[in-house]
Write a protein that binds this ligand. Structure first.
Ligand SMILES: *Cc1c(COP(=O)(O)O)cnc(C)c1O
Length: 393
């Protein structure tokens, strides 16, 4: 593809076409390569490929053509030099930490991150001598105060789950670089269709491809995107040896997901905004969390940093847990499940599911009230979704 500035392809073009290399069969759609290994022309060829003297596939734990097409397409969409695909979003985060950190290193992380990521930091990295300090997402001086000489990574998600707190990526990137740290952003909620953290100064973008990149709730996968010297060496080096590799079938599903990512994300944003506006007017609702509302504390930052506000809406019910469960149980369209980023709308009670393992005090600190409900708005008709929620309000 031409790479001169004036002919640089647009996002939607890259989403449909980047990374594809047609084979001699002249296929139009991307092929799936379900092969664990590759054949060499001769003993000398095998030796040359193993030594790295000659490029080429060796074994699918290292490289696979379908997975590579997905990696190149997502790298193009995030504006990164290199992408490494992984078996899940969690293995993307683990491969990043295991590939780039060593015993004695320190991480500063937002408190408002995915539950399994918190457990990875506190229970597992801790075992290998890597400590993590958790800070409030929106408190820049808190981030700065937590940085130590041995800090290597700053980690966050924006917007956060489930309260949609927005972090200032550019400000945190500056802070990270002043202290010779890398800024890692889990871009799961926005995807590159709405937010490109690398262009704001972040060093690494993480994805759970399981969510919006697939977009239809089918496959598990993840990805790490960033510079060649960081992701290509540190993260890929870990992956090819330790093996949390993406399967070619899943890579093919995600490739097809990327082709419709932009229009799906736009539709998720439109429906989520309509639902958030409507929820704000409901007497049973005390507060709505959605970055697209003028009442959201970081609405202005979200407007600057994102090209859309995303598909996740959370709201507090005045009636507490009883009201929240009643609302959830009264729905007939929404799926009661903790997953998100699907064409099907999902509804969750965070206090008793995703955040159920926290103590009541930890939940209060995290802002997860007993009356909080999270909706990951899908692509059904908004009228039907409003009616579905109105039933239990
Ligand atoms: C789901 C999720 C993950 C973990 O991804 P898996 O594919 O489930 O391993 C990480 N971060 C965020 C923000 C998520 O929503």
């Amino acid at each position: 593809m031409p790479d001169t500035k004036d002919t640089l392809p647009g996002f939607e073009t890259l989403a449909v076409r980047a990374g594809q290399q047609r084979t001699a069969e002249c296929e139009h759609a991307e092929p799936i390569f379900p092969t664990s290994s590759y054949v060499f022309e001769s003993a000398a060829d095998a030796a040359a490929r193993f030594s790295g003297e000659r490029p080429g596939n060796i074994y699918s734990r290292f490289t696979n053509p379908t997975v590579r097409t997905f990696e190149q397409r997502l790298a193009a969409l995030e504006g990164g030099e290199r992408c490494v695909a992984t078996a899940s979003g969690m293995s993307a985060i683990y491969a990043t930490c295991a590939g780039l950190l060593q015993s004695g290193d320190h991480v500063v992380s937002s408190r408002s991150i995915f539950g399994s990521t918190t457990l990875l930091f506190t229970n597992f990295l801790h075992k290998f001598g890597i400590e993590t300090t958790f800070v409030a997402q929106d408190d820049l001086s808190g981030w700065e105060g937590a940085i130590r000489p041995e800090t290597r990574l700053l980690f966050l998600e924006t917007p956060s789950n489930p309260l949609t707190e927005v972090a200032d990526i550019a400000a945190l990137a500056d802070l990270a670089h002043t202290h010779k740290c890398l800024l890692v952003v889990d871009n799961c909620f926005c995807t590159p269709a709405l937010q490109r953290p690398l262009s704001l100064g972040a060093d690494i973008v993480i994805h759970s491809a399981t969510k919006y990149l697939d977009g239809q709730g089918r496959c598990m996968g993840g990805a790490v995107v960033g510079r060649e010297d960081v992701v290509g060496e540190g993260v890929y080096g870990f992956l090819r040896t330790c093996g949390p590799t993406m399967s070619p079938f899943n890579a093919w599903v995600f490739l097809k997901g990327l082709e419709t990512l932009s229009i799906r994300m736009q539709a998720h944003c439109v429906s989520a905004q309509l639902l958030a506006d409507w929820l704000q007017d409901q007497p049973a609702v005390s507060r709505v969390y959605y970055p697209g509302l003028a009442s959201h504390p970081q609405h202005e930052l979200a407007t600057r940093q994102q090209s859309g506000f995303g598909g996740i809406v959370a709201f507090d019910l005045k009636g507490g847990q009883e009201a929240a469960w009643k609302l959830i149980d009264a729905t007939r369209i929404c799926s009661i499940t903790a997953n998100l980023g699907d064409t099907k709308t999902t509804i969750t009670h965070p206090a008793t599911t995703t955040h159920g393992r926290l103590t009541p005090q930890q939940r209060e600190e995290a802002g997860i009230s007993d009356g909080l409900v999270r909706v990951a708005v899908g692509l059904e008709s908004v009228d039907d979704l409003r009616a579905d929620l109105a039933r239990g309000l």
